[in-house]
Design a protein around this ligand. Structure first.
Ligand code: BYC
Length: 472
């Protein structure tokens, strides 16, 4: 294992793949299937080349190289963060033992399941976003979309490497399945709900990269704690790439809010749909949707699965080493969100059973940061309107609130009232049609669509009007 990626190999890697011929051959036979998948399910807009970053090094400094490349020739590779030979397991019943370099037989099924679920989301998001290139608001945004897409492709490689290297024939079969399931497919859908939803427009894309990619950040953060060292090191490096995806979402929504606020001030009205921008209440509805769908990705408020993962050392907590407790949690309790006597409330359960809630709360606190930013933009524009995260019980399909309906401010309402009111909370067909009508492509250097403000900075020190994407 080295810091530096070997790009002379067919599959760039820093895991000394050439030393394991069988594994190398197995991955080389998966590679054409991946490329076929990319060609048939990846970005549909024809391009010559794109200004992309490629990982060349996993160390702290200078890990990426930027340059124009045709996307199909992107060097997807296998990169693990550096190994710490003294690393010990940080939590659960094996706390203090050396981290595992191989998969213990008794945890094989659970580890494989976690890796498959993680792996399944990566190509799913590429599929969801495949048509967005045709309506990009600028070449800068188009480039960011493609950067996110190639890196999600690389994250699929990361999980496939683990499946091939550590899970034998079953792992290889799962790696094939990752290319066969497809987002939104009737027969073989993606595993988690949010990854079967459409990403039909750029407001959805920015919301997805803000809220759903952020679930990825938190899930990867817990897998980075794993006792299974190759998984831990894989996730550590993925998190580095993930930071750019968060930036795309955060600043994307910044720019939509900024432009809407400008037009609200200029026209002195909230009703800005006719002025070619997205009204604030539509932005709020999109936020409500993507946030609530992403909350579902954390699983049930209580879960024996997650308790078992933690106790076994497979999946830790966010920032496990900063927690001031015994890192075993066998005697601890947590108040989880619940329906109690027909009301939205909380109930106390063992801390282990409540770990999905613990992670979801870390995530919610992080999401508040975005809302604060966007509200600052509104405030600076002199507007009194604000955006807000809806209540944790709102629009949930997984967990304690799956069977009830709640308003964004957390009032439990009967199903009939919900049916009548949901158009005020979630995007309606009219909202979606309007948003889509604004999505006219701007593929000219230095130009930008009227519904979004330009970015404050370009990529890698380049100006906004740089030729980020060379179209066919
Ligand atoms: N949809 O015990 P429970 C990312 C199932 S995003 C459908 O509460 P658990 C990315 C569950 O499988 C991060 N089904 O669940 C972002 C279970 O089924 P079984 C992805 C669901 O296991 C953007 C049953 O319901 N990574 O990286 O505690 C772009 C009972 O559930 C859902 C991970 O998620 C759902 N939403 O927790 C690109 C990490 N939720 O066993 C990439 C790996 C639950 O009864 N996964 N179910 O058949 C995990 O850690 C856990 O499996 C989960 C669920 C957090 C997903």
């Amino acid at each position: 294992m080295t810091d530096i990626a070997d790009y002379s190999e067919k599959i760039p890697n820093n895991v000394e793949l050439h030393e394991d011929r069988r594994l190398q051959r197995a991955l080389e036979s998966w590679q054409p299937n991946f490329l076929n998948w990319w060609e048939s399910m990846g970005p549909t807009l024809p391009t010559h080349d794109v200004y992309l970053r490629t990982a060349v090094n996993v160390g702290r400094e200078g890990w990426a190289h930027f340059g124009h490349v045709p996307m199909k020739d992107y060097r997807w590779g296998i990169f693990l963060a550096e190994r710490d030979r003294d690393r010990q397991i940080g939590f659960g019943e094996h706390k203090g033992a050396p981290a595992w370099q191989k998969v213990p037989g008794e945890y094989r099924a659970e580890l494989q399941r976690l890796i498959v679920i993680q792996g399944d989301t990566e190509p799913a998001s590429v599929e969801q976003q495949r048509n967005l290139g045709a309506t990009a608001p600028s070449l800068y945004d188009l480039r960011n979309l493609f950067q996110v897409n190639v890196e999600e492709g690389r994250h699929l490689w990361a999980m496939v490497y683990l499946l091939h290297a550590y899970f034998g024939r079953e792992g290889r079969e799962e790696a094939e399945e990752l290319l066969h399931r497809n987002s939104g497919s009737e027969d073989a859908p993606r595993i988690l709900g949010a990854f079967n939803e459409e990403t039909p427009d750029w407001l959805s894309f920015f919301m997805f990269t803000y809220f759903t990619d952020r679930d990825g950040k938190y899930q990867l953060g817990t897998l980075k704690e794993s006792a299974f060292d190759p998984l831990s090191r894989t996730c550590e490096f993925m998190l580095k790439e993930e930071a750019h995806h968060m930036m795309v979402g955060t600043t994307g929504i910044d720019r939509v809010v900024e432009r809407t606020a400008q037009v609200m001030v200029e026209q002195d009205t909230d009703d800005v749909a006719a002025h070619g921008v997205i009204p604030l209440d539509v932005i709020q509805k999109y936020l409500n949707f993507h946030y609530s769908v992403s909350l579902d990705l954390f699983g049930g408020e209580t879960s024996t699965n997650v308790a078992n993962y933690y106790t076994a050392g497979l999946k830790g907590r966010w920032m496990e080493d900063r927690r001031k407790d015994d890192h075993r949690l066998t005697d601890d309790a947590i108040d989880v969100d619940a329906v109690v006597d027909g009301e939205i409330g909380r109930s106390q359960v063992s801390a282990l059973i409540g770990l999905n809630t613990d992670l979801r709360r870390e995530y919610i606190a992080d999401c508040q940061g975005g809302v604060k930013r966007w509200n600052r933009i509104l405030e600076q524009a002199g507007l009194s309107r604000r955006l807000a995260l809806p209540h944790v019980a709102f629009n949930r399909k997984v967990g304690a609130f799956a069977g009830i309906e709640a308003t964004p401010d957390g009032r439990l309402i009967p199903a009939a009232e919900w049916a009548a009111a949901q158009g005020r909370y979630l995007p309606t067909d009219v909202d979606k049609v309007h948003v889509r009508s604004l999505m006219q492509p701007v593929h000219e250097r230095g130009k930008i669509a009227a519904w979004i403000a330009p970015p404050r900075q370009g990529i890698n020190g380049k100006p906004f009007d740089y030729d980020y994407v060379r179209l066919v």
